[in-house]
Design a protein around this ligand. Structure first.
Ligand code: IYR
Length: 243
């Protein structure tokens, strides 16, 4: 067995840098292994019950639940910790209607004018989607995640953002999990193209729509596609010896 040091070097090579960027102790508690397994099992089986829902009801959802999910999502790791995202929330009926109309207009061209090719349409057949997007008007809340292609400092100068797509993808995953944990349902919706969302929601030029989440409760009697998820053996490979 190779010998490993039991101490890491301080992340900064000199006192000056360390003083400029102080570190704090990690809050972390090691738990008994049985507890770790049980808690992972519970988390996994809860996530396995999550489904993308298009039949959202109009039942009201407290705004605080939406805010809580955004706060959870914004804890996601991001390139150079820039948190290059803006979460735009609307429950305004007039805005939701305009978003639905604009999305349906684009989707009509995707589905009916063959902007999506035959292979694509075939791949979507099990989902039963078409150009109707009623849920955009019916769901009590729409949350649009915008990626910030670059940042803008208080003095107006721009600041580079790193790994923007990866960062927003991770944050979107956290958000979906948080919405599910809150007992709500959503859909990862990417009406394509999405530029109309910048217009409708009045976003600045450094932001681009990344994904749109309609949020609500599933309508009683909601149906979802009878999908099967890949088995672990289909998605995971083990390389080399196990420690
Ligand atoms: N944006 C279209 C089409 C669509 C594309 C994919 I990839 C999906 O997983 C689902 C739908 C729509 O929203 O209908």
């Amino acid at each position: 067995m190779p010998e490993h040091p039991t101490q890491y070097r301080h992340p900064y090579p000199n006192a000056e840098l360390a003083a400029a960027h102080p570190f704090v102790p990690l809050r972390f508690e090691r738990r008994p292994e049985a507890e770790m397994r049980a808690s992972l099992e519970q988390f996994g089986s809860d996530l396995a019950r999550r489904r993308s829902v298009r039949m959202l009801s109009s039942d009201p959802v407290p705004f605080e639940l939406i805010d809580g999910a955004i706060a959870a999502a914004s804890t996601a790791p991001s390139g150079a910790h820039m948190q290059p995202w803006t979460w735009v929330v609307t429950g305004d009926p007039a805005i939701k209607r305009r978003i639905r109309e604009a999305a349906e207009e684009e989707e009509r061209r995707n589905y009916l004018d063959q902007r999506m090719n035959a292979e694509w349409q075939e791949a979507l057949a099990p989902l039963g989607t078409d150009h109707h997007k009623e849920f955009l008007e019916i769901a009590p809340w729409l949350v649009v995640l915008f990626e910030q292609r670059y940042g803008i400092r208080d003095d107006g100068t721009t600041r580079h953002h790193y790994y923007v797509k990866e960062s927003c993808g991770i944050a979107a995953g956290f958000f979906i999990a948080a919405i599910h944990r809150a007992g709500l349902a959503t859909l990862t919706h990417t009406p394509s193209p999405m530029a109309f969302l910048s217009r409708e929601l009045g976003r600045p030029d450094n932001e681009r729509p990344f994904v749109l989440f309609p949020i609500g409760y599933p309508m009683p009697g909601t149906l979802v596609p009878d999908l099967r998820r890949k088995d672990l053996d289909e998605v995971r490979v083990i390389v080399g010896e196990r420690p």
